[in-house]
Ligand binder design. Structure first.
Ligand code: SF4
Length: 471
């Protein structure tokens, strides 16, 4: 049946019970104005109630999922200079690295040994790597691990591939397609949504120096969808943006998803955004993190500069406030849960909403399951980008399963297509096999420390080391 977007009811107040009930049932769509009203003014419990209802309509009441994958950040050399990034390095820096293929394959072997099903492979945008480096790598991965799903290379990386490799094509989409087809034939399965940040141009130009604009980001994903690939979309908030920027960002994802879903399925099926994940900016060790918080000076009066500038079209006048881009408004747990809940309600055409325990910690991540999230994301064998910015939560499969079970759901391992691989309802479930949780956590932390030491050695040898926000 052709995709048809639900009907909007712009005359109704955003918090109208009938409207929200219809949104939860998939029978009505929020307007951007209603989304903004909810994000700004609705009580937290109301947002949670309706986001949870929408989640249950789509995913039922029994299962909540996770995936076993590994973030592999193949290089930290990057031509961009995003001000929120603590991960990037210039090529000549003493701790710049690019992983060689053997090292990368060893990491995948470790993942396979614990039952992992996919790698999330992203890097900085490194101009020294030729296209053959990527093709050889993908061939090698699929030769040695034919069932391993490769979720790799976010839109900013693709746009830089176009700049670096100058592929044939009359339009940017043609050039991206040319590269993507080659990578796909070599083994690339799907695209992660890294580099989404905030689409609004005034914000993006301030924080994403040297990174592609929203149009290029969305076009790259549309090309992937045309090729029948699944992708995810992301949003990083809680910095200089206004609330309207967040809603504008969600609106664009929703509109481009409508376009993807309205197409006829190609020979490889119908590609689309399968998931949306949002998280707050992590400030440690980042240039943007050194900016003062709004409200910390006596002269900070009136509305937050990001809100003065932002509009629902994403083209706010950045000179409307002299402090725009010079003050940040960090998002804590409540703001995170509000934003995620509104994303579940706004994005009526996106199947999965992921909890960001990596940035928010395990217990807020668990709470997110009642604010629209159906998925706890990944067991974290390795993470290098958010941890560069000072956040170092790491959970194994047993802990993730326990968090889901303690929230009242059955934990289930999924694959990249969100098909269920295993439902953990028996005594052999990873969490039920743990008899001493204190010891389990201690052993795990010890293992993490050992791995950190090893990683530090690799950095010093300069040619090695490993992000989701990357690129
Ligand atoms: S976020 Fe990605 S594109 Fe931006 S500087 Fe960091 S590694 Fe480069």
């Amino acid at each position: 049946m052709p995709h048809a977007a639900p009907t909007t009811h712009p005359h109704l107040p955003a918090a109208d019970e009938g409207l929200l009930s219809a949104v939860a049932a998939g029978e009505a769509r929020l307007t951007p104005e209603q989304g903004l009203e909810l994000l700004t003014n609705a009580p937290l419990h109301l947002l949670g109630r309706w986001a949870d209802a929408r989640c249950k309509t789509l995913h039922g009441e029994a299962l909540r999922t996770y995936v076993i994958d590994r973030n592999i950040n193949y290089t930290n050399v990057c031509t961009a200079k995003c001000t929120f990034c603590a991960f990037r390095r210039d090529a000549g820096d003493h701790d710049a690295y690019t992983l060689d293929h053997e090292h990368l394959l060893d990491k995948i072997a470790e993942l396979e040994a614990i039952g992992g099903t996919q790698i999330l492979m992203q890097g900085g945008m490194n101009p020294d790597l030729p296209l053959s480096w990527y093709l050889d790598l993908l061939h090698a991965i699929k030769t040695r691990f034919p069932r391993m799903h490769v979720h790799g290379f976010s839109p900013p990386e693709f746009i830089e591939f176009v700049h670096f490799f100058n592929p044939p094509g009359a339009t940017l989409a043609d050039q991206v397609r040319w590269v993507m087809v080659q990578l796909r034939e070599a083994g690339l399965d799907s695209l992660p949504g890294g580099g989404g940040e905030i689409f609004s141009d005034p914000v993006r130009r301030k924080i994403g120096l040297g990174k592609c604009d929203a149009e290029a980001w969305l076009t790259t994903m549309y090309v992937a969808h045309e090729l029948g690939m699944f992708t995810s979309a992301t949003m990083m908030f809680g910095h200089i943006e206004g609330h309207a920027d967040r809603i504008h960002h969600m609106r664009l994802v929703r509109e481009w998803q409508d376009r993807a879903l309205s197409r006829e399925a190609g020979e490889n099926g119908l590609g689309c955004y399968k998931a949306f994940i949002s998280w707050p900016f992590q400030r440690e060790h980042t240039p943007l993190g050194r900016v003062k918080d709004w409200g910390s000076l006596e002269t900070d009066t009136g509305r937050f500069p990001g809100d003065v500038v932002a509009n629902l079209e994403g083209d706010g006048e950045r000179h409307a406030h002299p402090e725009f881009g010079r003050r940040i408004r960090m998002a804590g747990a409540t703001e995170y849960l509000r934003t995620q809940a509104v994303s579940r309600l706004m994005l009526d055409n996106v199947y999965s909403i992921g909890s960001s325990w990596v940035t928010m910690g395990p217990h807020v991540g668990q709470l997110a399951l009642f604010y629209g999230a159906n998925d706890m994301g990944s067991v974290m064998m390795e993470e290098n980008v958010v941890s560069s910015a000072g956040t170092t939560y790491c959970l194994d499969e047993a802990v993730l399963c326990r968090l889901i079970r303690d929230a009242g759901f059955l934990p289930a391992q999924r694959d990249n297509a969100y098909d269920i691989l295993r439902i953990h309802d028996g005594p052999e479930s990873p969490d039920r096999k743990v008899t001493d949780w204190s010891r389990h956590r201690a052993q795990r932390l010890h293992a993490e420390s050992a791995r950190d030491d090893k990683a530090a050695e690799l950095v010093i040898t300069a040619a090695s080391r490993p992000a989701d926000t990357v690129a």
